[in-house]
Ligand binder design. Structure first.
Ligand SMILES: NC(=O)c1ccc[n+]([C@@H]2O[C@H](COP(=O)([O-])OP(=O)(O)OC[C@H]3O[C@@H](n4cnc5c(N)ncnc54)[C@H](OP(=O)(O)O)[C@@H]3O)[C@@H](O)[C@H]2O)c1
Length: 440
């Protein structure tokens, strides 16, 4: 098969590599700025000059810094069918029509770089297979943790390292909010408003605070780490919007901080991937990751632990990852093994019921002799052992916090159901999971 465009990249070093851009918002404009600002460095390091060709946007009349308005178009075919374009950079976001555009580009043999977690976490396996069958490349470093080069590390440096756990703080907005709630005793609403004022949170923050953004990133990271296709729908997620200020104080008393974690683990040959708030021991490396930073802890049989920390968002930071992918494509021969990052190892995906955690349970109970013993019996009957208990009087009742040793989610759910049926228990029990040394 003739691949007219991809072969052009291997052409004369004197000819600039021409990039067709899909989208020119925060990341797209930062990408254009980076290419013009670092042109000499890029040319020296890669031996090639990069040039921006046609740019797809929705509205050509919007002012855009440093962009020649004649390059803008609202017709995707002006970019996808331009015979002078060597490579597509997609920074428009969304699942459709973006997926259709990328399929067309890949089918035509054009290499594609994308920052799109929504698309990759749903159609990554199919798009990678299409890239491979078309003899071209699809790269997506910026789709998870923006400026942190975690995908390249997993895909290349740690390809054979037998990764068994990926634990991440993969959403900067929620980490900023949780850091403020822990540090200053701020309410969730105030911390969110502050994050919005500082530009860390969108006007509509639901994707971030509800956990969907982190779930998309964890689907991508788990797929690469475990060589198995993990779809966004395979990742159960909980956000931080239901957390209460009192749990931050109680967690502190117990020696923990609360983080929104993505936890992907190999368990008996199966894969468990989840996103939920978790109690992290104050001494743990992830507890020290504060503000809008992201961090990913990779655990492997060969290299033990590697932690990558850095900016998880921002136009310039994300554009840096996009540019790194473009340069990797220039430096990588077509058809190499690196395109097999999502090759299916046939591992089963586990349901949340099969996964194990240690748990923190907060209850309001009537203040009556024997209540604690009855609650302890519920835990024992469900096969969960208790590690520590805090009991505090509160008006005519008491507040009980129990921290368990490791146990299955199914056992914990059985204990919760039994406690809901107890007349001594008031209201809904609050459940959080712990990041234990042996996993969350
Ligand atoms: N911003 C970050 O910090 C960050 C970090 C990591 C990953 N990402 C990812 O990077 C991608 C871009 O993010 P962004 O923040 O740069 O978004 P953005 O500022 O909203 O920019 C999106 C761009 O795409 C264009 N666009 C959107 N839908 C289009 C359509 N249907 N047809 C034509 N053009 C369309 C928009 O055109 P108009 O300008 O005309 O509206 C705009 O130029 C997303 O996938 C995002 O998840 C962003």
């Amino acid at each position: 098969m003739t691949l007219p465009n991809s072969s052009a990249i291997d052409g004369s070093p004197d000819r600039p590599v021409r990039i067709g851009l899909l989208g020119c918002g925060t990341v797209g404009q930062a990408f254009v700025r980076t290419i013009s600002g670092q042109g000499e460095t890029i040319a020296r390091a890669s031996g090639r000059r990069l040039e921006i060709g046609p740019i797809l946007v929705r509205d050509t009349s919007k002012p855009r810094d440093g962009i020649d308005l004649r390059q803008l178009t609202t017709d995707p075919q002006d970019v996808l069918r331009d015979p002078t374009v060597d490579l597509i950079v997609e920074v428009m976001g969304g699942v459709e029509p973006t997926g259709t555009y990328l399929r067309q580009a890949l089918q035509a043999g054009l290499p594609v770089v994308t920052a799109n977690k929504q698309l990759l976490s749903r159609h990554g396996a199919e798009l990678l297979a299409l890239a491979q069958s078309s003899g071209t490349e699809l790269r997506f470093e910026a789709s998870a943790c923006a400026g942190i080069p975690v995908i390249k590390v997993l895909r290349e440096s740690l390809l054979a390292a037998e990764i068994f756990a990926v634990t991440g703080i993969v959403n900067g907005t929620t980490n900023y909010i949780l850091s403020e709630m822990s540090r200053g005793g701020m309410s969730y609403a105030d911390a969110l408003a502050q994050a919005q004022a500082l530009g860390y949170a969108e006007a509509d923050p639901s994707e971030d605070v509800g956990g969907a953004d982190a779930a998309a990133k964890m689907a991508i990271l788990a797929s690469i780490a475990f060589h198995t296709n993990v779809h966004f729908d395979d990742v159960p997620f909980e956000g931080i919007d239901g957390l209460h200020g009192e749990d931050f104080d109680l967690a502190k008393d117990l020696g923990f901080v609360i983080k929104l974690l993505g936890v992907a683990r190999l368990v008996d040959g199966g894969i468990s991937v989840r996103v939920h708030p978790a109690l992290v021991p104050e001494s743990h490396r992830l507890a020290a990751v504060r503000g809008a930073d992201n961090a990913v802890l990779l655990e492997s049989g060969t290299v033990r632990q590697i932690m990558l920390v850095g900016p998880g968002a921002g136009g310039t930071e994300t554009a840096s990852a996009v540019l790194a992918d473009v340069l990797s494509i220039l430096g990588t021969a077509q058809g190499s093994f690196l395109q097999n990052a999502l090759a299916d190892a046939g591992r089963p995906l586990l349901s949340p019921d099969q996964t194990e955690s240690a748990f923190y349970v907060r209850l309001r109970v009537v203040d009556r002799p024997g209540v604690l013993a009855r609650i302890a019996t519920v835990f024992a009957n469900s096969g969960l052992s208790i590690r520590s208990v805090i009991q505090r009087g509160e008006g005519d009742g008491a507040r009980l916090v129990l921290v368990t040793h490791m146990g299955s989610e199914a056992r914990m759910n059985a204990a919760l159901d039994a406690m809901r049926d107890m007349e001594e228990v008031r209201g809904e029990p609050v459940l959080l999971r712990l990041l234990a040394e042996e996993g969350a």
